[in-house]
Design a protein around this ligand. Structure first.
Ligand SMILES: [Fe+2]
Ligand SMILES: [Fe+2]
Length: 148
């Protein structure tokens, strides 16, 4: 699968988890979904940072460099929120607000990737290179899942 298609698929999976967590008031389910969101996001940002973003950075343009830098900063903010999750009480009245803010943050970031970064990569890196990167990413994601 092309790297960009694989990443879009993962974006969809995380968005679906946010929808689910939004619909339940059961603290145990909330905790479980929150843990799942955390795992998926960590795996996703890791394969982007280790495999996909270096290829983006390799595109010799100012725009690519700017996108890369901005994406890293956004991952950093996501990490800050994720680090708080173990302390979040799923029965707390602020739970819903917290999940909404994280969800909006992730959605904004994923939209920018899909609307700007990925089209640029399709154009500049080409199908073959994207397939290659996709294969590397699948290997890494598979290894992570087995280890977890
Ligand atoms: Fe990202
Ligand atoms: Fe992403």
């Amino acid at each position: 699968m092309k790297a960009t298609d694989l990443l879009k698929k993962q974006h969809k999976q995380v968005k679906a988890l946010f929808k689910k967590v939004d619909k339940t008031e059961n603290p145990r389910e909330r905790r479980q979904l929150m843990d799942q969101i955390e795992q998926e996001l960590k795996m996703h940002t890791k394969i982007e940072e280790q495999i996909f973003y270096p290829a983006v950075r390799g595109i010799d343009s100012k725009k690519a460099e700017e996108m890369y830098m901005e994406a890293l900063e956004e991952h950093h903010v996501v990490d800050l929120v994720l680090a708080e999750l173990p302390k979040v009480d799923p029965a707390d009245e602020r739970f819903h607000a917290k999940m909404t803010v994280l969800s909006e943050l992730v959605e904004h970031h994923a939209d920018e990737e899909e609307d700007e970064m990925f089209p640029m990569c399709e154009k500049k890196l080409g199908k073959e290179r994207l397939q290659e990167l996709g294969a590397q990413m699948e290997m890494m994601a598979g290894g992570q899942r087995r280890a977890a």
